[in-house]
Design a protein around this ligand. Structure first.
Ligand SMILES: [Fe+2]
Length: 442
């Protein structure tokens, strides 16, 4: 007899061990404690004919946006395809969504997960992945709406509800509803301290509101739950370093970098982009980052095979190449990335590349070569549409800070001061805001 999962969703497995392993994998994906791959292998072994675990493992690999894992994901989907006829309709939709994501149709995949959630609001897997790809697409409205639409179905006694609340807090924060976001994030953590995504959402609120000293205390207070043995530690370390950067405490930011983002600890590109983003911001302020760019690049495979599948990742790789002073490779990387994204990177990244990444990356090259006004002309129009690059407001702030540097070093000071005035709305009195003010004064 087929079983129902802990949230009451019908499955097509009759093997309790397979179901238990898949649910453990789901919890790991939502909490970042450990990797779900071993649990999913156990689920596959316990019920080789069940569609969902192979689909979940393929989806997990795809969700890492790591080109080197695409082949393994494709093989899993191929093995899963004959099993689809035995799956429930919900499971078949999951298979469809992962196949679309694997093919680069991130919008189509999000729509498929959305269709699942309309019928099954307690499908935490659909929620997890829909939100992740909303995040990759920079779709703040979807981040907020998706959770809002399913939240009434999650009762207070459900073990996964704190994770749903963590997602809700982040969607509210990205929708600039800061007070609600912080309240919901704290509610999630009151229910369970092991919800790094909720720690993260409140950190985002503090970052967006210029509460850098409080933010540093927040990260320290919650460190026991994110600092060790959690796959999200690198990104949360990045947030901790941002608070140090806002205080102009470069040595502290570099110490946090070395603790959580050092090159040797990075296994995937998503970790490397945070490292690149932090070093770039430090370098914009004239900080000496030592040989960290070179060490970061040494472990970052950058060739045609990895370009184009995520323009967000590609832009950060360009930061690293420019930061390391490898301008010849940077020029070549832009040509490779843009060609790959335009013709082979899947429909979503191709569109974003054409509309956004091409002018951004060309502008960054101009900046690297000292052509600041040309860089400004290319990049200043972009923040209005930059959300489609993906990531969070805090991650895309690297573009605004680059523009401030471009303005400070070139002739577009008025535009830079206007951008800084906008920044003062939320970060009026931070040391970093004052630093940019001085940089733009002359
Ligand atoms: Fe973040």
């Amino acid at each position: 007899m087929s079983l129902r999962d802990a949230q009451g969703n019908a499955t097509s497995t009759s093997q309790p061990a397979a179901l238990a392993a898949s649910e453990q994998a789901l919890w790991r994906m939502m909490s970042f404690y450990g990797t779900p791959a071993d649990d999913l292998d156990a689920a596959i072994a316990a019920d080789p004919d069940w569609l969902l675990p192979r689909t979940m493992k393929a989806g997990f690999l795809v969700s890492l946006t790591e080109p080197s894992l695409a082949g393994e994901a494709a093989a899993l989907l191929e093995a899963a395809a004959p099993l689809a006829k035995h799956g429930t309709l919900r499971e078949r939709y999951h298979f469809l969504a992962v196949r679309q994501a694997a093919g680069g149709d991130w919008l189509g995949a999000s729509a498929a997960w959305g269709a699942i959630l309309d019928a099954h609001p307690r499908d935490a897997l659909a929620l997890q992945w829909a939100l992740l790809f909303d995040f990759y697409r920079g779709d703040a409205i979807a981040l907020r709406q998706r959770v809002a639409r399913v939240l009434p179905a999650w009762t207070a006694d459900d073990a996964l509800r704190p994770y749903v609340l963590g997602h809700h807090a982040f969607g509210l924060e990205e929708s600039l509803r800061f007070n609600e976001a912080e309240a919901v994030g704290r509610e999630a953590l009151a229910a369970s301290p092991r919800v790094p995504w909720a720690i993260h959402a409140v950190a985002h609120v503090m970052e967006m509101q210029g509460r850098h000293e409080e933010g540093a205390r927040w990260m320290n207070e919650w460190r026991p739950h994110w600092g060790e043995g959690n796959g999200f530690a690198g990104h949360l370390g990045w947030h901790e370093a941002l608070f140090a950067l806002e205080s102009l405490e470069h040595a502290r930011a570099l110490a946090v970098f070395d603790a959580y983002l050092r090159a040797e600890a990075n296994e995937i590109t998503l970790q490397r982009v945070d490292a690149a983003s932090l070093l770039w911001r430090l370098q914009l302020q004239g900080a000496d980052v030592g040989d960290r760019w070179q060490r970061l690049l040494a472990g970052w495979p950058l060739d045609a095979s990895v370009a184009g599948s995520s323009v967000f990742n590609d832009v950060h790789a360009l930061f690293a190449l420019i930061g390391a002073g490898e301008l010849g490779r940077a020029d070549a990387w832009v040509r490779t990335s843009l060609t790959s994204a335009a013709y082979g990177g899947g429909v979503w990244n191709s569109q974003v590349s054409r509309d956004l990444a091409i002018p951004l990356m060309r502008g960054l090259l101009d900046f690297a070569h000292g052509r600041c006004d040309a860089a400004g002309e290319a990049i200043f129009p972009l923040p209005a549409i930059a959300a489609r690059l993906g990531g969070s407001h805090a991650q895309r702030d690297v573009i605004d800070q680059t523009l401030l540097a471009i303005a400070a070093r070139g002739g577009m000071k008025q535009a830079g001061r206007a951008l800084l005035d906008e920044r003062r709305l939320t970060k009026a009195r931070t040391p970093l805001t004052e630093w940019w003010s001085r940089a733009l004064a002359t």
